[in-house]
Design a protein around this ligand. Structure first.
Ligand code: HEC
Ligand code: HEC
Ligand code: HEC
Length: 228
């Protein structure tokens, strides 16, 4: 393939994606649940911005533009901050949910409001009940959610990202240094990483271990710490 032949190809793909977004938006707008539609354009450069701008203010659509590509997690947060309704449906442009299913999707929430009964929580993570586990012991000592739950912000449906086996717990309990973050980094921050330089990372880990006054390895690996 000659280099200059690549361009029309890329353009064709972009046009396909673009029309998919606009088609999706049309279907969402046509669905009859009373709603506002917030569209976040995550820094697109393929002409979608202009087309979306034309939708702003029409059919309950509000379009918000990121100046540059910030990723799905941030796009979702932008929309959540802007939302004014009571229930939020996060809809990818590829229409993973059929807009005609919206009434079914929100029915359990409406039922819960009218009956006062909580929605049943589907538990994915389940330790056997002979294991003692405590979130605050972790999150108060600089172990971020992402260490155990993975990139939950990128999951369409939550799944268990770690084995939660005894060996997995012990691996970290033996040497948690590289998994600790400073107090000024949010515990829910999914992007934060230890310094890539191994020496810097080790120094930070040692400093944090001191700061958080962690128990020694003997205590952290003794049976009674997790089996009480
Ligand atoms: C050290 C590992 C670890 C960290 C860090 C951690 N979790 Fe968990 N989380 C677990 C384990 C293990 C379970 C299952 C507990 C059980 O079955 O008793 C769990 C369960 C959960 C559940 C229930 C999940 C379900 O399937 O029902 C939620 C929600 C949750 N964690 C949120 C968080 C959030 C939010 C953070 C950060 C603020 C966090 N966790 C940090 C290990 C962790
Ligand atoms: C990514 C690292 C990491 C993983 C994975 C992890 N832990 Fe921990 N855990 C820690 C750190 C750090 C502490 C805080 C230790 C301290 O306070 O001295 C801790 C504390 C605890 C404590 C409290 C100890 C005490 O008496 O203060 C328990 C209980 C515990 N972990 C159980 C578990 C179990 C069970 C699992 C696996 C399902 C697990 N942890 C997985 C890092 C981890
Ligand atoms: C850091 C936490 C932790 C410590 C320390 C720990 N365990 Fe466990 N243990 C677990 C977890 C989590 C499981 C459940 C694993 C699973 O479901 O796969 C488990 C499971 C077990 C089981 C059941 C295994 C099976 O196959 O059903 C036994 C027995 C056990 N532990 C014994 C011990 C003994 C003995 C010690 C001390 C030498 C110990 N554990 C220390 C976390 C721990």
């Amino acid at each position: 393939m000659r280099i200059d032949e690549k361009r029309p190809y890329a353009c064709r793909i972009n046009r396909r994606i673009e029309t998919r977004i606009l088609r999706g938006l049309r279907l969402v707008a046509a669905e009859r649940t009373q709603k506002e539609i917030i569209v976040v354009d995550d820094g697109s450069t393929d002409g979608t911005r202009e087309k979306l701008a034309a939708w702003h203010g029409r059919d309950g659509v509000r379009v918000i533009f990121h100046d540059r590509n910030l990723g799905k997690g941030r796009a979702v947060r932008t929309a959540m901050d802007a939302a004014e309704g009571d229930v939020l449906i996060i809809q990818d442009a590829d229409l993973e949910y059929d807009p005609n299913e919206y009434p079914r999707l929100i029915k359990p929430i409406q039922d819960s409001w009218s009956t006062g009964k909580p929605i049943e929580w589907i538990k994915i993570h389940n330790l056997p009940n002979y294991v003692y586990f405590n979130h605050s012991a972790h999150v108060n000592h600089g172990v971020g959610c992402v260490e155990c739950h993975g990139r939950i912000d990128r999951m369409d449906v939550v799944f268990q990202a770690s084995p939660l086996s005894m060996g997995w717990c012990l691996d970290c309990h033996r040497a948690p240094e590289s998994r600790l973050r400073p107090r000024d980094v949010r515990i829910t921050d999914m992007e934060w990483k230890h310094p890539s330089d191994p020496q810097e990372s080790a120094a930070l880990g040692a400093k944090l271990r001191q700061e958080y006054q962690l128990h020694d390895v003997t205590y952290m690996t003794s049976c009674s710490t997790c089996h009480r």
